[in-house]
Every structure is written in C-alpha cells, then in structure tokens.
Design a binder for this molecule. Structure first.
Ligand code: CP
Length: 331
C-alpha cells in the first residue's frame, strides 16, 4: 500500500524521457539547470501573452487533466485548473471527500479508473511523501504525473514559480543571497526551493529558524543556518517566509505563536537589515501576526500575490512540456 511507500533517491530517468524531456515532475532535486531555465522561459512567454491570446493557442486541446487533491489547497489547485483551461484541456477535479476513496477503494484502483476515463495528466497532492512518485511508477505510459505537494517531501511547481518570480525581479541567481525563514523542518516547499536555488547557482542560501525547526543535514546541502533573525537577514536580496505547519508537527516544538512572532516574525524593523531592494516572498497561505506582519505582507517589497499569478504561467509551461514529451505531442 502506498502509505508504506517511502520516496528513495529519485532516479532522474523517472522524471525525464530517454531524450531528456520532462515526463513527470515529482521533485526539483537533480533537475538539470537547463530544464529549469526552459520551464521559466516558457512561463515567460505565457506571462507576456494576454489570457485571451493564450486561449487561441490551445496546446492541450483534447487532453484531460485530473486534479487529485487528497489534502486541502487554494492556490495550487485553482492555478493548475486555470492553467489547464487556458491551454484548452478538459479538467476534472476529483473531490476526495465524496469519492469512492472514502469507501475503501485503494489509491491504485482509483488511479486505474481515472485512467480508464482517458486521463493524460494527474496533478496529485497527498499528505504522504512519495504518493506522486508511486502513481507515476504504476500509471499508464502515456500519463504524466505532477506532484502538487507530498507530505514534507516536495512541492516542485511551487519552487519553480518561486524561482521564476526571483528571476523576474532579480535576473541572475549567482549574485544573490536568499534567506528562507521559519518552519523549514516540516516544509516541502523549502526542500524544493533549496534544491532549485542550488541547481541555479545561487550565491548564498540561508535558513533562519529556531533549532527545533531546522532539519539535520542542511549544511551538507550548502545552506548556512542562522538561529537569529536579524543576523540571518543581513544584506539578503530575497526573504522567503514560511508558515508554521502545525498539521505536521509532533509534540511541542515551539513555546507559543506570539513568542515565535517576536523572535522570527518578519516585521518592518527586521527588513531594515536586508538590502534596500530586497523582495519578500511567501508560498501561502500566510498567517498574519505569526510569521509575517501585515505591514510587510501588504507592503511594497512583498511579491506574494505576484507569486500566485506566476503560478498559472509556470504550471502552463510544465503541462505543455510534459505533453510535448509524448510521441507526437505539443512541445
Ligand atoms: N502554496 C500552496 O501550496 O498553497 P495551497 O496549499 O493553497 O495550494
């Protein structure tokens, strides 16, 4: 059963076709830099093309995208749906609460039945790490699987839209200092971001968090770890804030939310430590007054809602590329 499945090191061959084109997107780990740039270049075309014109080039006409969200979502589910519709695909959203998964049907049987309805792309979010990988391994050869977040493992399209937003605002990655702040321990987004930032040659990647929220081994990934907010923010170009993921916490890792806000919440005075043109990012959902002050979240340095908008273009790019990877596809 999938709940016993653990994502081991993912062979790159599983994500790419023998010709090196994107087949599934399960993790950013190990992706070639050229492929990440290709995704961002394609997203750039979609961002600059008005939505009306995008509909005139329906790259996914005749394809069916199925959203399988076994966990809650606002941004990821809706932007995948919007992206698929703009590309001319048929979209089906499986409501897991009312599906036969709640009658004991196994995940693989659910997938087999959806394949029989001619699914071409599965977009999968699940609380268990490795679920998207599991489905990719056992789905039909023509199907592509896109990981929309699995446990605390990976959230690759989120990381790619974040890289796209950074590139849009800052250009090159090599001169940048990027700080990821907060609950890195439970964050699939942070893991995917660190892999992507590293692949893209970011000058310095920092993590700022209390000791209880830092996973072991980060330094081996080339990350500098800070436990004091102002010290870690000094001269950074990009600040990425993370939500406290209470749903994945076991035991008391924090004294209180107000104490966390005092020590690690991003407030206007903390921003004075960064470079004057630093941008503030957050994958959402944001918790005002816990990890971020309202004045910062809504302030001129915040690109939080730009990230959401960019999510549509990046997800369009990824879906167009995986369908293009099929024989006779639309690349
Ligand atoms: N960033 C993100 O994954 O948000 P949702 O949970 O709303 O999809």
């Amino acid at each position: 059963m999938h709940s016993h499945f653990r994502p081991g090191p993912l062979p790159l061959a599983m994500q790419l076709t023998p010709e090196g084109r994107l087949k599934h997107l399960l993790t950013t780990e190990g992706l070639p830099a050229s492929l990440i740039h290709e995704i961002m270049d394609r997203a750039e075309q979609f961002v600059t093309l008005p939505a009306k014109q995008q509909k005139k080039a329906p790259l996914l006409r005749g394809k069916t995208v199925m959203n399988l969200f076994f966990e809650n979502s606002t941004r990821t589910r809706v932007t995948f749906e919007t992206a698929a519709q703009r590309l001319g695909a048929d979209v089906a959203n499986l409501d897991i609460r009312t599906s036969s998964a709640s009658k004991g049907e196994s995940l693989l049987d659910t997938v087999r039945n959806l394949e029989a309805m001619n699914a071409d792309i599965f977009v999968v979010r699940h609380e268990h790490a490795g679920t998207a990988q599991f489905i990719a391994r056992y789905s039909a050869p023509h199907v592509s699987v896109l990981n929309a977040g699995d446990g605390r493992h990976a959230h690759p399209t989120q990381a790619l839209l974040d890289m796209f937003t950074i590139r849009q605002r800052k250009g090159e990655f090599a001169p940048l200092r990027v700080a990821i702040v907060g609950d890195v321990m439970h964050s699939r987004v942070a893991r995917s971001q660190i892999h992507a930032l590293s692949i893209l040659g970011t000058g310095e990647i920092r993590v700022i968090a209390p000791r209880t929220l830092v996973p072991t081994g980060l330094e081996r990934m080339g990350v500098r770890v800070f436990h004091e907010l102002d010290a870690g923010l000094k001269d950074v170009d990009v600040v990425i804030m993370l939500r406290l993921q209470r749903e994945r916490m076991e035991g008391a890792l924090l004294p209180s939310e107000s104490e966390f806000f005092k020590l690690y919440g991003l407030k206007p005075e903390n921003l004075e430590r960064t470079r004057p043109d630093a941008i503030v990012m957050h994958p959402g959902p944001i918790n005002r007054g816990v990890e971020i002050d309202t004045e910062v979240a809504d302030g001129p340095r915040s690109v939080i809602l730009t990230q959401v908008t960019n999510g549509i273009a990046v997800r369009m790019a990824v879906m167009a590329m995986v369908m293009g990877a099929q024989a006779g596809g639309v690349a």
